[in-house]
Design a protein around this ligand. Structure first.
Ligand code: GLN
Length: 456
């Protein structure tokens, strides 16, 4: 049914870069057999899933939305993908994304943008717009995204879906093509909070192949979601973050956010206002740390090891360096080049202390703000994104306007804490979905599910 739905709507939505109908049907048939024998591999055995094209999938193309990886087929599975297969989830295909996950609209994909199923003239968020759109358009019941600065949560908000960024280290990054290693986390994209909890339990937990993976059992997420769904938040302290709201946020988004807070209060929660003064520097901090890490990570695309190789046509016997230059020039898009230049600059000698070093210090201040806020509140809440989905093309030529979408989502990545975006309703002025973000202390991902499920 999902393959039929993809055939029907994906021409207009363009959520997928690659559909593996044959593979998905074979995996589904195997799941049917296990279920008939009464030995399902997991609660989600046979439930199909779409995977963001930044995770390595053995035998299936993995492009990261870039020309430079066109034609690359990884010889191994990312741990997240291996765990999906082990749990019996048929993989429908790979979803569209901003090139190397740099963006908030999926317009930076080298393969053309994804359209928001709510209004095809609008963006589905980014960088994981493909995964969110696939779930919102009923092309897939579940998807995997990755969130370095909001790329799961912000697409969730603008497509009316649920998206979770787990605690840093809670889901293995092995086989996730790194954008910024200290920020990246893969996580669930679904239509309900309970679905996210089920999926999170499949992909999460310790992995010796990732040196930053946390060697601790996951809290019981499904149980927390079931608990929350009963609608009782008695004793839960909800911290409304003063700095994440107000100016720059759309009125209809703020109105829906306030309604979500009111719902929590009705369910028995206590509301406290918290202030995180360093959050106003989060965006600037992120846009130094991220390009620094990304510029280093992208050095491996040297025309020798992976994907594209372009021979300069004006040089007869080009050197390796000349081939590398021609390949990187043709293979990377503008946003990627912009960030390589920014990151190389921030890391260069003489500037390192002033930019990268300084950003690391502010990052520590942001973590301390979280720690202080979590003394007063069990979870923090804010709108997920400042606006509903904007029109395709609207911010494409204005990088700063694009970056401002991530105002509310970035602090969590800098501090490594988990966050979920849950639909908060439609904004009155445009009838488009908005989201409420819930943040919890590191390793307390279960709180996201308890509070999130109480809102559904
Ligand atoms: N929009 C942010 C950026 O462009 C987030 C990216 C992400 O989370 N992958 O960096």
């Amino acid at each position: 049914a999902h393959l039929d739905r993809i055939a029907e709507v994906d021409g207009a939505v363009h959520a997928f870069l690659h559909v593996d109908a044959e593979g998905a049907l074979a995996q589904a048939a195997a799941a049917d057999e296990r279920r008939a024998a009464g030995t399902p591999a997991s609660a989600l055995d046979g439930v199909p899933i779409a995977v963001k094209d930044v995770l390595a999938t053995q035998g299936l193309p993995t492009t990261c939305g870039s020309r430079i990886l066109e034609g690359w087929v990884p010889p191994y599975d990312a741990t997240v993908v291996a765990r999906l297969k082990q749990a019996g989830l048929p993989i429908l295909g790979k979803t569209n994304m901003d090139e190397f996950a740099m963006g908030s609209s999926t317009e930076h994909s080298a393969y053309g943008p994804t359209h928001n199923p709510w209004d095809l003239d609008r963006i589905p968020g980014g960088s994981g717009g493909g995964s969110a759109a696939a779930v919102a358009a009923f092309e897939a019941p579940l998807a995997i995204g990755t969130d370095t600065g909001g790329s799961i949560r912000q697409p969730g908000a603008v497509t009316g879906t649920v998206g979770v960024k787990p605690t840093y280290g809670g889901v293995s990054r092995y086989g996730l093509v790194a954008l910024a290693n200290s920020l990246d986390q893969a996580g669930p994209v679904t239509r309900t909070v309970l679905d996210s909890a089920l999926l999170h339990e499949v992909i999460g937990g310790h992995d010796p192949l990732d040196s930053t993976s946390i060697d601790q059992p996951l809290p019981s997420l499904v149980e927390a979601a079931r608990h929350g769904a009963a609608g009782d938040l008695t004793g839960v302290r909800i911290g409304v973050v003063k700095e994440l709201g107000g100016e720059g946020y759309q009125a209809g988004v703020l109105a829906r956010f306030q309604e979500s807070v009111d719902l929590m209060v009705k369910a028995g929660a206590e509301v406290v206002e918290v202030s995180c003064p360093s959050f106003v520097h989060a965006l600037a901090t992120y846009y130094l740390i991220l390009p620094a890490e990304a510029s280093s990570n992208l050095a491996k695309f040297d025309a020798m090891r992976y994907g594209l190789r372009v021979l300069p046509d004006d040089i007869e016997n080009p050197s390796a360096e000349e081939v590398m230059r021609a390949t990187r020039d043709a293979g990377f898009g503008d946003e990627v080049k912009r960030r390589i230049i920014l990151g190389t600059y921030a890391l260069s000698s003489g500037y390192y202390d002033a930019y990268y070093g300084q950003a690391q210090k502010v990052r520590t201040l942001i973590s301390r703000d979280f720690a202080a806020a979590f003394e007063k509140a069990d979870v923090l809440v804010s709108p997920t994104a400042p606006t509903t989905a904007f029109k395709l093309g609207e911010k494409l030529d204005d990088p700063i306007a694009m970056y401002l979408n991530d105002l509310a989502t970035i602090p969590a990545n800098l501090a490594g804490v988990p966050g979920i975006s849950v639909p908060s309703g439609l904004a009155e002025e445009d009838g488009l979905p908005a989201g409420v973000q819930i943040l919890a202390p590191a390793l307390a991902d279960d709180r996201l599910y308890r509070v999130g499920a109480a809102l559904e």
